[in-house]
Write a protein that binds this ligand. Structure first.
Ligand SMILES: [Cu+2]
Ligand SMILES: [Zn+2]
Length: 191
């Protein structure tokens, strides 16, 4: 009986430790380095829920995608790389061989330049695995100048990258000064 209770508490502990990575907030920056809003990510059974709150955009539609590197270097944000595409698909939510896992529907800024939208990334996760937005060093979220047409390669003719936010893996570990875990290197690497 005591053993069972111990097991349950260990399982609960493990679940709590994983909780950090089921919700993440990404700060979004423009090409001048001003923070202009946030993107809140929440893992769910269907994918990753994406809540977008932005200001200062040109009114109208804008493309938005998850890009492959957690690196936002202004003013071009080219450092963010291509769209996050672990399955090797074509770009575009309307493409027959699409879409990239990181492709999202366009967001619309109102007359005052504000965006308040809630979208979904089906099949993506914040947990471990091939489709994890925190895979490797992480990913980034990029907003574009104009709307994504949903079919053109490689990125839907959505124009310049105007906002970018980094979604870094293990950010809570990077904050502290604590030394890296020495057992980390002992894990067997399978090809
Ligand atoms: Cu993009
Ligand atoms: Zn794409």
């Amino acid at each position: 009986m005591r053993f069972i209770l111990l097991s349950i508490s260990l399982i609960t502990l493990a679940a709590c430790q994983g909780e950090n990575d089921t919700n993440r907030t990404v700060d979004m920056y423009n090409t001048s380095g001003d923070m202009v809003g946030t993107v809140e990510l929440a893992d769910s059974s269907d994918g990753v829920n994406v809540k977008i709150k932005l200001e200062g955009l040109e009114p109208g539609f804008h493309g938005i995608h998850v890009h492959e590197f957690p690196k936002c270097e202004p003013p071009s944000f080219e450092s963010a790389g291509n769209h996050f595409n672990p399955d090797g698909s074509e770009h575009g939510l309307m493409h027959p061989k699409g879409a990239h896992l990181g492709d999202l529907p366009n967001i619309e800024a109102d007359g005052g330049g504000l965006v308040d939208a809630e979208l979904m990334l089906p099949g993506a996760t914040l947990l471990d695995g091939k489709n994890s937005l925190l895979r490797g060093d992480g990913t980034s979220i990029v907003v574009h100048e104009v709307q994504d047409d949903g079919v053109s390669q490689p990125s839907g003719e959505s124009g310049a990258r105007i906002l970018c936010g980094e979604l870094k893996a293990n950010s809570e570990e990077n904050k502290g000064e604590s030394p890296t875990n020495p057992t980390e290197n002992n894990k067997e690497l399978k090809e």
